[in-house]
Design a protein around this ligand. Structure first.
Ligand SMILES: [Zn+2]
Length: 211
């Protein structure tokens, strides 16, 4: 799935009730792909061509390991479970509150870690189900096993066109939900940028591969 969809899902699913949690969920949605973007940016600055980067260097073991760390079930699973346990234990230790807990409690460090790591884990799970030739090693370093999904989020030979349509519709729906939920101006401006990516990213790959 494209990074912006992971970002939107992270904010939508784990961002309640505060904008701060939405930013944590959004950041967790980006993080698994951050090694890739960093490597692409550095290689681009060094003068490598787009085809050199994605057709050759992407498949080098060092890059595959960087992807494996970003999309790691063990890492994100441990952080998600650990932070959830902290939240549950803290809630159990509190006397029943007559009103919803104040902001400072609902967005404590454990809540931020949970929104961030659960979003990264969801990103990894969705990639697990939608990557084929470019599957990640989600259980690295315990195993370098890759699941070759029958569905690819981009390859037209494996339902990529249909999935792309589904993803774009989901993305627009999530943007509407988040726009209505949060009034913070920076967050709303960010949503409009993400909306633009649904047009810009396919246009970029079309132009660089067919142009
Ligand atoms: Zn990813």
């Amino acid at each position: 799935m494209n990074t912006q969809s992971h970002v939107l899902m992270g904010a939508a699913f784990f961002g309640r009730p505060l904008p701060r949690l939405a930013w944590a969920g959004a950041a967790g949605g980006i993080l698994p792909d951050l090694p890739m973007y960093t490597i692409v940016a550095v290689l681009g600055l060094l003068g490598y061509s787009v085809s050199d980067i994605f057709d050759r260097l992407y498949w080098e073991p060092w890059w595959q390991i960087a992807n494996a760390i970003g999309h790691n079930f063990l890492l994100w699973g441990a952080l998600t479970i650990g932070s959830a346990l902290v939240i549950v234990r803290r809630r159990a230790g509190q006397p029943p509150a007559p009103s919803p807990a104040p902001d400072s409690e609902t967005a404590g460090a454990a809540a931020l870690v949970f929104a961030f790591s659960a979003s990264a884990l969801l990103h990894s799970l969705i990639d697990f189900l939608t990557h084929r030739a470019d599957a990640h090693m989600h259980l690295w370093p315990l195993s370098d096993w890759r699941f070759r999904s029958p569905v690819s989020y981009w390859d037209p030979d494996y339902y990529g066109n249909w999935f792309g349509l589904f993803e774009a519709a989901l993305g627009v729906a999530l943007i509407v939900v988040l726009f209505r939920r949060y009034r913070a101006l920076p967050l709303r401006a960010g949503l409009l940028v993400v909306l633009g990516l649904y047009v810009a990213v396919p246009a970029f790959f079309y132009l660089t591969h067919h142009g």
